[in-house]
Design a protein around this ligand. Sequence first.
Ligand code: PLP
Length: 401
Amino acid sequence: MSLQISNRALALKPSASIAAKKMVADLQAQGQEIFDLTIGEPDISTPAHIVEAAYTAMKAGDTHYTASAGTPTLRTAVAAQISREKALPVKPENIAVGCGAKQLIFEVFSATLNEGDEVIVPAPYWVSYPDLATLHGGKPVAVVCAEEADFKLTPAALEAAITAKTRWLVLNTPNNPSGTVYSRDELLALGEVLQRHPNVWVMTDEIYEYLSYNDERALSLIEVVPSLFERAVIINGMSKAYAMTGWRVGYAAGPKFLIDVVVKMLSQSTTCASSISQAAAVAALEGDQACVREATAMYRRRRDRMVEILSEAPSLSPRAPWGAFYLFISVASLIGKTTPTGKELRTDLDVSLYLLEEAKVAVLDGSAYGLSPYLRLSFAASLEVVESGSRAIVEAINALQ
Ligand code: PLP
């Protein structure tokens, strides 16, 4: 074979969560019963009225390429929602629609990063940010956000991380994997630091915005500090709130000149998101929002059960997250312990492998998210799996010496 693989592709790691999904599927295919707590997507079906809108669109012949920026109807619906809820001056021309939030993050980095540009990524972080930055020549700068600070970026840590080469700060609230949600005051304090550094742009990933257990939705840094909109891009999408991961619709909202470049990139990659999925997304945004409230209430019940059951293990101290559908739990107290077969647990990866072998529970290790020793446990699984999986974890942990 003489085809050479590019250095960029060689340096790129496969997504840890997608790799975990495959591993669980392989074990299940071998006939093993696995409690899967790695899931990064709603386990429920897309609400019926959204599916219905897709049928209607297909039957009406809405089956062609759309504009690369997205259909005017969807751009208008997104712009209306952001200006109504966040009181930001967002027009349809400020919106680019793509195949999921992930594609927009990819295209924004592709449109703005040059070799060596720094991207500040508070850790724990969603697994893809550092890899997407690296893929486009950027240099991810992970800033550790300690559990004692509720896994939040502090103004002092942000200030210390900024250099002349900083291009982006990526802020994800509610956060995957920690579930942390920034308050208005915390966002104001970060905004103050950013006001002093006009060279730094802000990417706010708000994909879990409505999966917030305190309030109806989590606040955005950009609505709290609206002057930042001139140098910000808001990333969001339909995947999590409306259980639409497979439809692949996300969007970016930002200054027109940046959105225009992103649209140019989209036009040379996927051309556009699916016309049918875009019609469904309009129905999601403009339809009854009861489905989002019901889903959030359901995740909250599962979260509470998970915390309740895990609290029964004396060596664990689970904290209920305020948003998203993950529990990020310290396993520091388990490091150095020995399994019933005599193996010493040295890392969070060891702990996750032990849980898979001993308890048949699949979880993700904190190292994939830039902070160890932790585990990420998803409660986007059925209540039954959440309860049985959590009980099996407690039993396996109690068996350690
Ligand atoms: N951002 C975060 C923080 C996520 O957790 C995910 C998916 O897991 C995404 C973005 C990607 O979402 P989408 O399905 O819209 O590409």
